[in-house]
Design a protein around this ligand. Structure first.
Ligand code: SF4
Length: 463
């Protein structure tokens, strides 16, 4: 539940990294950090809290140099403390290196036990630190070679940025679970988890970093290598459903357009006579617009989200994360009273929030409430970097859609089919389903996972 950025070749690299992080804090966050280099020394600022609270003008002045990497962490269920804030920066025999990670290593426990048995002392409970130890122990010569050597030993999801005194390295895992994009602004290279960050930097989008690709940027320019054997890609389909910002494009597919198509398809799969279509803001907006356009039912805003509630709610100790909580909503009685309402949301996780939303809409005088979900039932947890509840907590893992409808109290409930989801993301009815991970909807996990109980026991957290 993180995002990463990297900048190389700009006199105010840390400022650009700050702006990029600002664009990526759309899901609320737990910690943020930037590490910069002036060619001689790495300097780091990492704190708990929001980007704009952490990075004051004075602090940014403490981060001089032509290159920088940054990281934001969302609220997770794991150990939440400053020691786990990233980028992690260390000195080792080969020099200094900092790393920022978005994803989750599924063999982190095994790696950690092996490294500890070999004398490694861990400073954090983050799975990312395994990568740092593996780099320090590598017998390869350069950082890109050491990083490739380390990453050949890990399994799982990662989009990574590394910074040394004089180079920036960006890597996307061979299956491409998490996005990573390359841009350019005023002669400087920029890498970012999401393209929406480029807009703020006035950077042009150059291309996506390919699954399995390593990009090395230094004073000689940009080089691309593919240090891992080819593997079938497994891009996280949930990025398009919920996680990415709608103004981002991932691997050539617009997030907004994909969501709008999900809504259109949902309307075809689950039509219902109604007076108004409303979204659960903000993630349901594009799908609700699609549903309204396809069905011809007017779109309106029947629920308002307070944009000022975030800081009160974003506390990991309260298990505040996407799957558990929507930020505070209030109904617009004028839109809902006396109406047959279609309410569109991106997913139902435990069901308790959906039940409150249905209650709220009825309480505002709606005659009927029809819930439409722009993804299939969430039947399994994610092990590749999205923080989800356990399988037992997921309502769709043990109940049928009809039982869920009863639980949330809606007059009808319709989920988008898996085929509909893939066709919406691809934008073509014959688009391949291969190339995506959809495990939380299908239980078809592309990489075998370690025992969750053991993971919890070690309290390892993902980035
Ligand atoms: S399990 Fe779901 S959330 Fe996790 S990577 Fe796969 S599609 Fe994405």
């Amino acid at each position: 539940m993180c995002r990463v950025v990297g900048v190389f070749g700009h006199p105010e690299a840390a400022n650009l990294a700050y702006l990029s992080l600002y664009a990526l804090q759309h899901r609320g966050q737990e910690s943020a950090g930037i590490v910069s280099t002036d060619g001689e020394k790495l300097r780091a600022v990492r704190e708990m809290g929001h980007v704009n609270d952490i990075f004051t003008a004075t602090r940014l002045k403490d981060l001089p140099g032509h290159a920088a990497i940054g990281h934001v962490r969302y609220s997770t269920a794991g150990d939440s403390s400053k020691k786990n804030a990233q980028p992690i920066a260390v000195d080792y025999a080969g020099g200094s290196v900092a790393v920022g990670h978005n994803g989750n290593l599924v063999n982190a426990v095994e790696l950690r036990e092996r490294l500890e048995a070999d004398g490694a002392i861990f400073q954090t409970t983050s799975d990312t630190e395994c990568i740092v130890h593996l780099i320090a122990r590598s017998r390869e010569r350069t950082l890109p070679e050491r990083a490739a050597d380390a990453l050949r030993q890990v399994r799982g999801a990662y989009s990574l940025v590394f910074l040394t005194e004089n180079s920036l390295v960006a890597v996307r895992d061979p299956m491409g679970f998490r996005p990573l994009a390359l841009g350019k602004t005023k002669g400087a290279w920029v890498v970012s988890s999401e393209t929406c960050a480029f807009e703020l930097l006035e950077a042009e989008f150059v291309r996506d970093v390919e699954p399995g690709e390593m990009i090395i940027i230094d004073e000689r320019g940009l080089r691309s290598v593919h240090p891992f054997g080819p593997q079938p890609p497994r891009r996280c389909v949930f990025e398009w459903v919920y996680f990415a910002r709608p103004d981002s494009t991932i691997d050539g597919r617009s997030v907004y357009r994909a969501r709008e198509r999900m809504g259109r398809r949902l309307s075809q799969e689950h039509p219902v006579p109604a007076d108004v279509v409303i979204p659960v803001p903000d993630s349901g907006v594009a799908a609700a617009i699609g549903y309204a356009r396809e069905s011809g039912i007017p779109y309106d805003q029947g629920l308002m989200r307070s944009h000022y509630m975030g800081r009160t709610f974003i506390e990991p100790s309260q298990h505040i994360r996407h799957f558990g909580v929507k930020l505070k909503l209030s109904p617009v009685r004028e839109v809902l009273s006396g109406k047959r309402v279609v309410v569109v949301d991106d997913s139902i996780v435990r069901g308790t929030t959906s039940r409150k939303i249905v209650d709220m809409i009825r309480g505002a005088g709606a005659r009927e409430v029809h819930m439409r979900i722009s993804s299939p039932p969430t039947v399994g947890p994610c092990h590749y970097g999205i923080d989800t509840p356990t399988r037992e907590e997921l309502i769709a893992s043990s109940r049928t859609p009809e039982q869920i409808r009863e639980f949330v109290g809606a007059d009808s409930l319709g989920y988008l089919s898996l085929e509909g989801l893939h066709e919406s993301v691809n934008g073509a009815s014959d688009g391949p389903r291969e190339g995506f991970c959809n495990a939380c909807f299908s239980n078809d996990y592309p990489i075998a996972i370690q025992q969750p109980a053991r993971l919890r026991q070690l309290r390892l957290i993902s980035a």
